[in-house]
Design a binder for this molecule. Structure first.
Ligand code: ATP
Ligand code: MG
Length: 441
C-alpha cells in the first residue's frame, strides 16, 4: 500500500469542517479590517527565499525542498508566504495604484523539519501582510487582530510576546557588542553558531541548542540598543496595545527565525500542545521590499500556524461539548464560531418506506438540497428503525417519515429530533412546507 510521505498528512473530513470554520472566521475578521485575499503559487525560484529569509537561517540552510526542474532551474516549495506576497506586490506594481495594500492568504508551506506533534513537513498558514504603513499603530493593530481572532475561536490560554529588533541605524552597534560576547563564549557555542556568528550574529540568539541558550542567556539584547526612532516606535506599540486591552509580555529573546525583520516582532505562544509553542508569529520588515528590488516602502505581517491552531481549537471544542453533556449549555457555545461548527450536520433525513415513497423521497431531497436545506435520504430500502438510527448518527435535526401509507393518507410526518415535536406535511408541495417550517423554528 502506498502511503503519504513522512511529515505529510491528509486532513480528513472529521477535521476539515473545523479548518473551514477557522478559515472563515479569520477571513471575515481580516476583511473587516480591510484585507483582501491574494493567492500565490506554492513554488518559486529558490533565489527569492534565499535572498529574503536569509542564507544563514535554518530554513534556507537545511529545511527547504529545493530541486532543479527538467531545464535545470532551481526551484523551491515555499517555506513561508511573505517572500511570495512581497514578490507579487513588486511584480504587479501594486504600490503604484495605492502604496497601502492589506493582503491575506491561506495555504500550505513546506519545511523539511523533524516531524512531531504540531510540526509537519507540509503545514498550513494563514498569512496577513500590510504594505506602505510606517506607523506603529499598524503593528499594534496586527496583534489586536490576532488577539481578536483567538478570542472569537474561544481560546484563552494564549499570550502575545513582543520585541523590537531595531533597524539598520541601531543594529550595527548592537551586533558589535553581541559579537564580542560571542567571541568570549565561543567554546560553549555549537558549530552552527560559530559558523554563523561573523556573518549574522543575531542568528545565535535563535539557536535552540541548550548549551548555546545557557551561554547566551545574559547576552546583550536589541532592546537595550534601540535608536530613538525605534524606541519611540516600540513605546507606541506597547501603549496602544494597553489602550486596547491586549495582554502582552515584552520578550527580549524573541528574534524570530527569518532575517528580514526589523523593529517590532511578535509571537503568540501557547502551552496547550504540551511544551510551549508558537501558534503565530510576525513582525515588521521595512527593508525587505527594496531588498527584493521593489520600491522603498514599509511592510509588516504575520503567519498563523493553522495545523497547531486547529489542534488547540479541537481540544477546546471537545472540552466544551463534554461539559455540556452534564451541565446546562455554556453561553459561548452560542458564539458565531460554534454556530459555524454545528452547521455541518444535515437539517433533515427523509425516511422512505415502500416503492412509491422511495422515488418521491429522492425527488424531494434533491429539491431540498437545491433549495439550501441539507437533506439526506436512503437508497437501500432499510427499515424505519435502522433509518431512524442512521438519522441520529448523522446528527440530523429533523426526520421526515414518508412511507407509502403516509403518502396515501396525504400526511407525512416531520419530527424534530430534539424536542420530539411532530408536524404534518401534505404531499402536494412538501419542499415549500418544509422550507417554511424550518425557517420558522
Ligand atoms: P517554530 O519556532 O515553532 O519552529 P517558526 O518560528 O519556525 O516556528 P514561523 O516561520 O514564524 O515559525 O511560522 C509561523 C507559524 O507557523 C508558527 O508559529 C507555527 O505555528 C507554524 N509552523 C512553523 N513551522 C511549522 C511546522 N513545521 N509544522 C506546523 N506548523 C508550523
Ligand atoms: Mg521553525
Amino acid at each position: 500500500m502506498i502511503q503519504t510521505i513522512r511529515g505529510f498528512r491528509d486532513i480528513l473530513p472529521a477535521d476539515t469542517f473545523l479548518w473551514q470554520a477557522i478559515e472563515k472566521t479569520a477571513s471575515e475578521l481580516f476583511e473587516n479590517f480591510g484585507f483582501q485575499e491574494i493567492r500565490i503559487p506554492i513554488m518559486e525560484k529558490t533565489e527569492l527565499f534565499a535572498r529574503s529569509i536569509g542564507e544563514t537561517t535554518d530554513i534556507v540552510e537545511k529545511e527547504m525542498y529545493t530541486f532543479a526542474d527538467r531545464k535545470g532551474d532551481k526551484l523551491t516549495l515555499r517555506p513561508e508566504a511573505t517572500a511570495s506576497v512581497v514578490r507579487s506586490y513588486i511584480q504587479h506594481n501594486m504600490g503604484s495604484s495605492d502604496p497601502v495594500q492589506k493582503l491575506y492568504t491561506i495555504g500550505p508551506m513546506f519545511r523539511r523539519e523533524r516531524p512531531q506533534k504540531g510540526r509537519y513537513r507540509q503545514f498550513y498558514q494563514i498569512n496577513a501582510e500590510v504594505f506602505g504603513i510606517a506607523s506603529p499603530y499598524i503593528d499594534a493593530q496586527l496583534i489586536l487582530i490576532l488577539n481578536e481572532l483567538f478570542k472569537r475561536l474561544g481560546l484563552s490560554e494564549l499570550k502575545a510576546h513582543i520585541n523590537s529588533l531595531g533597524c539598520k541605524e541601531c543594529r550595527p552597534t548592537f551586533q558589535k557588542e553581541l559579537l564580542s560576547v560571542l567571541n568570549d563564549k565561543k567554546e560553549h557555542l555549537c558549530e552552527n553558531c560559530i559558523r554563523r556568528m561573523e556573518k549574522n550574529p543575531l542568528r545565535t540568539l535563535d539557536c535552540k541548542v541548550p548549551t548555546c541558550r545557557e551561554a547566551l542567556k545574559d547576552a546583550p539584547s536589541t532592546l537595550g540598543h534601540l535608536c530613538n526612532g525605534c524606541r519611540d516606535h516600540f513605546e507606541t506599540v506597547k501603549s496602544v496595545l494597553k489602550d486596547q486591552n491586549v495582554d502582552f509580555t515584552v520578550d527580549k529573546t524573541l528574534v524570530r527565525g527569518l532575517d528580514y525583520y526589523s523593529k517590532t516582532t511578535f509571537e503568540i505562544l501557547t502551552t496547550a500542545l504540551g511544551a510551549q509553542s508558537a501558534v503565530a508569529g510576525g513582525g515588521r520588515y521595512d527593508a525587505l521590499i527594496k531588498e527584493l528590488d521593489g520600491p522603498d516602502t514599509y511592510g509588516i505581517g504575520f503567519a498563523i500556524g493553522l495545523d497547531r491552531l486547529a489542534e488547540i481549537v479541537a481540544q477546546m471544542v471537545n472540552e466544551k461539548l463534554t461539559q455540556t453533556q452534564d451541565s446546562s449549555p455554556k453561553d459561548d457555545l452560542q458564539s458565531d464560531f460554534m454556530k459555524l461548527l454545528s452547521a455541518r450536520f444535515p437539517d433533515l433525513f427523509i425516511i422512505p418506506i415502500g416503492e412509491k415513497a422511495f422515488r418521491l423521497a429522492y425527488l424531494w431531497s434533491s429539491a431540498l438540497n437545491i433549495a439550501g436545506i441539507r437533506t439526506e435520504t436512503d437508497y437501500s430500502g432499510r427499515s424505519l428503525k435502522s433509518l431512524m438510527k442512521r438519522a441520529d448518527k448523522l446528527n440530523c435535526a429533523y426526520v421526515l417519515i414518508a412511507g407509502d401509507q403516509e403518502i396515501e393518507d396525504n400526511a407525512l410526518v416531520l419530527r424534530d429530533m430534539k424536542t420530539k415535536e411532530q408536524y404534518f406535511i401534505t404531499t402536494d408541495n412538501p419542499v415549500e412546507q418544509i422550507q417554511t417550517l424550518l425557517s420558522r423554528v
